[in-house]
Design a protein around this ligand. Structure first.
Ligand SMILES: C[S@@+](CC[C@H](N)C(=O)[O-])C[C@H]1O[C@@H](n2cnc3c(N)ncnc32)[C@H](O)[C@@H]1O
Length: 321
């Protein structure tokens, strides 16, 4: 079942200049203010449903991609300090400021989220599909006050006073577990990033290290082939050596780790899982169509196209795993 076009595309990444053009075209297609606003509302509402009961003071995000939009939405909701960590540098200050202005308007009118989400998600929103039980009028009056917006604007332009109650730090590329101090962050978020991270053990332990005790993490993980193959789970049709060719010289690529592996590593990294919502699909490749290396996956993994997982750092989590 190996398809060869993905292999050829992978090999093409070795041609100087070609990959940059391919990547740029992809980047130009994604993300507007509404997209990031909705991502934030989704992570926040589910964190609240999982038990988080105060607005985090500090938040880190892995893999913001081409925009700091999710972090900007968090700052406008009352988060004070935002750290964005990516392996590739994407964002420009001009785009952030445009995103900020668009989002301020959305928060002022309490814009409801419009994208189709799982029906069960509606229970966490009001009739206008806005989380008014979390983003109350009182909370938003404070977080959207003109003097606070000025602080957010200055932080996005890297002109914030170092003692400011609002700060933004964009660290790209990041590789070092010391990028942030241990026990310093209230919440860590990622959206369709963990499926790319090569060393899951390291990333979840890093999360555990950086988070304050009882701090939260919230990750949307997409196990699909991201349209690289026809079948949504077609990445498991490749042997490890063929997959190296598909990966080519890309700076990051799908790690092909299944749902159960994420759950297991999170459990071993000092977390209690509070929410694990799976997106199941039965239309993909069946077990006998997978490469031998992946045929021992459980049925649950073979059918799991996505996982929304939220976990809380245990009080007894140690930094010495
Ligand atoms: C599919 S994009 C998602 C971007 C954004 N979160 C969104 O939802 O639109 C994946 C992002 O993960 C980043 N990424 C990949 N590996 C990473 C790692 N180890 N640490 C941080 N970011 C990573 C990529 O550079 C890219 O920005």
């Amino acid at each position: 079942m190996t398809q060869w076009i993905p292999v050829l595309k992978g090999l093409a990444t070795y041609i100087p200049g070609l990959y940059t053009v391919m990547a740029r075209r992809k980047i130009a297609r994604s993300g507007d203010a509404a997209y990031y606003y909705e991502l934030w509302i989704k992570h926040l509402s589910l964190l609240w449903a999982s038990g988080m009961r105060s607005m985090p003071k500090s938040m880190a995000e892995f893999g913001p991609g081409q925009s700091l939009g999710l972090g900007i939405a968090a700052l406008l909701s009352g988060v004070g300090h935002y750290y964005a960590l990516d392996v590739v540098l994407f964002e420009s200050p001009d785009k952030s400021l445009a995103m900020l202005d668009a989002m301020i308007a959305m928060f002022h009118r309490r814009a409801g989220i419009s994208r189709p989400h799982t029906p069960s998600f509606d229970q966490y929103l009001d009739a206008n599909r806005f989380p008014s039980h979390i983003l109350t009028d009182e909370r938003l009056a404070e977080s959207l006050a003109p003097e606070r917006i000025a602080l957010i604007r200055a932080a996005l332009m890297q002109r914030a006073d170092k003692h400011s109650t609002v700060s933004v730090q964009y660290i790209a590329p990041w590789h070092d577990n010391d990028a942030l101090p241990n026990n310093s962050i209230d919440v860590i978020i990622s959206h369709t990033v963990m499926e790319y991270v090569v060393d899951l053990d390291n990333i979840y332990k890093t999360c555990s290290g950086w988070l304050n005790v009882n701090g939260w993490m919230s990750h949307q993980i997409d196990f699909s082939s991201h349209d690289i193959t026809h079948a949504w789970n077609g990445t498991w049709a490749y042997s490890n050596s063929a997959w190296k060719m598909v990966t080519g010289k890309r700076p990051y690529f799908l790690n092909r780790q299944p749902c159960s592996q994420h759950i297991s590593v999170i459990n071993q990294s000092g977390f209690d899982i509070r929410c694990a919502i799976q997106n199941k699909r039965t239309d993909g490749l069946s077990r006998h169509q997978l490469n031998r290396a992946w045929q021992s996956l459980s049925d649950d993994d073979i059918q799991c196209a996505g996982l929304f997982v939220q976990a809380q750092k245990r009080a007894d989590a140690t930094l010495n795993y």
